[in-house]
Design a protein around this ligand. Structure first.
Ligand code: GLN
Length: 465
């Protein structure tokens, strides 16, 4: 039974929303002490919401597309009355005073918010180890990081603690943990989802998106959260596709007529075991009718420096409000090492005299990267490759900042260019999940969903080596 079928059972009263919720509450109570996925839960409010939905369903009243689905939310997205800490001591006691646009939409569609998930402090990381509230275990690979920064939202799906979850992705923070935890994650086109109510990491790249255990769940959440928001000036006013209707695709010939690009440099920078899994997935798609062409991306070495320079400057500017006067503690007084590094370097680069030297150069490099990826995408339906070039490291391993940043080399391009991208499990290396990434042209989010759906339907999972 996929998530769409489950939601239909709830709507036809074969499973009640309350039963669905209680089963997850039990799982959370059992597993969360060890996994540290949820930083906060609100069972009372969730139970009340579930009851309301059940009585609506019994009375034959209209319910939304997420009716009775249980949802986890990353701790940097504002939910009224819950702690919006961004996993930082800075905002330890900060309680959301309003709902982000995506939360309003989820609630209007009958989704039940169960709680707030763990993450890297202010989303600045890819391991969820920098959380002030402690690390999250990877439910799919014990003893390893779940990835990040939305590690809690990915682990919540992997450990079956909720139906769907949302996270944010600035340079891979949805796709990276989806890959490491063996679940599906989707970063929409920049501007396709409202960021109103999301705490900024780097506002020109931040985007909210879903996690799920199957593509029908991703589709349901995209249908809920995508679309123009008059309260948020970066959202695009466009004809949002009906993702749920696109899904599932026919298994037979599902890749016929699809042209996929494989960038050779994306494979060259990835570990051999990961390349084997991804190559296996590509071969299967070819067998199912896809035309596969090799592409070359000549500026991969520019991507991480460009991404991190822009990230530092935008993050520095975003953190100026955490000065301890309005809410929370002064960020520099209480934040962790990585956040402090970004604030310090961001401040330095932002000084006028350094502007031309670093930031302007970064913006120029960004436009080179955008042009190059756009050119490559012109000739294909999607680019396919690994999501992360390495396997998740062991919890507690000590890595230099550059080693940490290297995990992001294949995910930052989509954020620098504003294009949609996703991760879906392609296989395992010694039991550790490996994700495959699809990237497409701006606003071709539906194309990515179709490809994920075809990949899933053909059951390309479990290509163990
Ligand atoms: N790992 C990247 C960073 O540390 C991206 C994080 C994200 O996407 N939020 O900034």
């Amino acid at each position: 039974m996929n998530l769409l079928e489950k939601s239909e059972l709830i709507k036809s009263n074969e499973i009640t929303a309350s039963e669905n919720l209680e089963q997850y509450i039990q799982e959370i109570e059992k597993k969360n002490p060890n996994l540290n996925v949820f930083l906060e839960t609100d069972y009372d409010k969730a139970r009340e919401t579930a009851k309301n939905i059940d009585s609506k369903i019994k009375n034959g009243e209209k319910t939304g597309r997420l009716a009775g689905m249980v949802i986890g939310v990353k701790s940097n997205i504002s939910v009224e009355d819950l702690h919006i800490t961004a996993a930082s001591r800075t905002l330890e006691n900060y309680i959301g005073s309003y709902n982000a646009t995506v939360i309003n939409r989820i609630q209007e569609e009958g989704g039940i918010i169960i709680g707030m998930t763990n993450m890297d402090e202010f989303a600045a990381g890819n391991s969820t180890e920098t959380s002030y509230f402690g690390h999250t275990q990877n439910p799919a690979a014990e003893g390893h990081i779940p990835g990040g920064s939305s590690g809690g939202s990915a682990a919540a799906i992997a450990a079956e603690l909720c139906d769907l979850s949302i996270g944010s992705d600035t340079g891979g923070s949805i796709r990276n943990p989806a890959s490491h935890c063996g679940v599906l994650g989707f970063k929409p086109t920049y501007g396709a989802v409202s960021r109103q109510g999301l705490l900024d990491l780097a506002m020109s790249m931040d985007q909210i998106g879903p996690f799920a255990s199957d593509t029908s769940g991703i589709a349901m959440m995209l249908d809920t959260i995508l679309g123009f928001d008059e309260r948020e000036c970066t959202t695009i006013d466009w004809n949002v596709p009906d993702f749920t209707k696109l899904n599932p695709v026919d298994v037979q010939d599902s890749f016929k007529g699809v042209k996929l690009g494989v960038v050779k440099q994306f494979l060259e920078v990835s570990d051999d075991a990961i390349v084997d899994i991804i190559q296996g997935g590509i071969d299967k798609m070819e067998e199912a009718g896809a035309e596969v062409v090799e592409l070359s991306f000549d500026h991969l070495d520019l991507c991480l420096p460009t991404f991190y320079l822009i990230n530092y400057v935008e993050f520095f500017s975003a953190t100026r409000k955490y000065d301890g006067r309005k809410y929370g503690y002064k960020i520099e007084d209480v934040s962790g090492e990585e956040v402090l590094r970004r604030i310090n370097i961001g401040a330095y680069i932002s000084q006028k005299e350094y502007n031309d030297k670093y930031y302007k150069k970064a913006l120029q490099a960004r436009s080179i990267i955008r042009k190059e990826i756009t050119k490559l995408l012109e000739g294909v339906d999607a680019i396919v490759g690994p999501t992360v070039p390495k396997l998740p490291h062991k919890l507690g391993a000590s890595l230099e900042p550059m080693e940490v940043y290297a995990y992001d080399v294949l995910t930052v391009i989509a954020n620098l260019a504003g294009i949609p991208a996703s991760s879906i499990k392609a296989g395992e290396v010694n039991g550790i999940p490996v994700g495959l990434q699809f990237q497409a042209k701006p606003l071709e989010d539906a194309k990515i969903l179709r490809l994920m759906s075809a990949f899933e339907e053909n059951n390309y999972y479990f290509l163990k080596i």
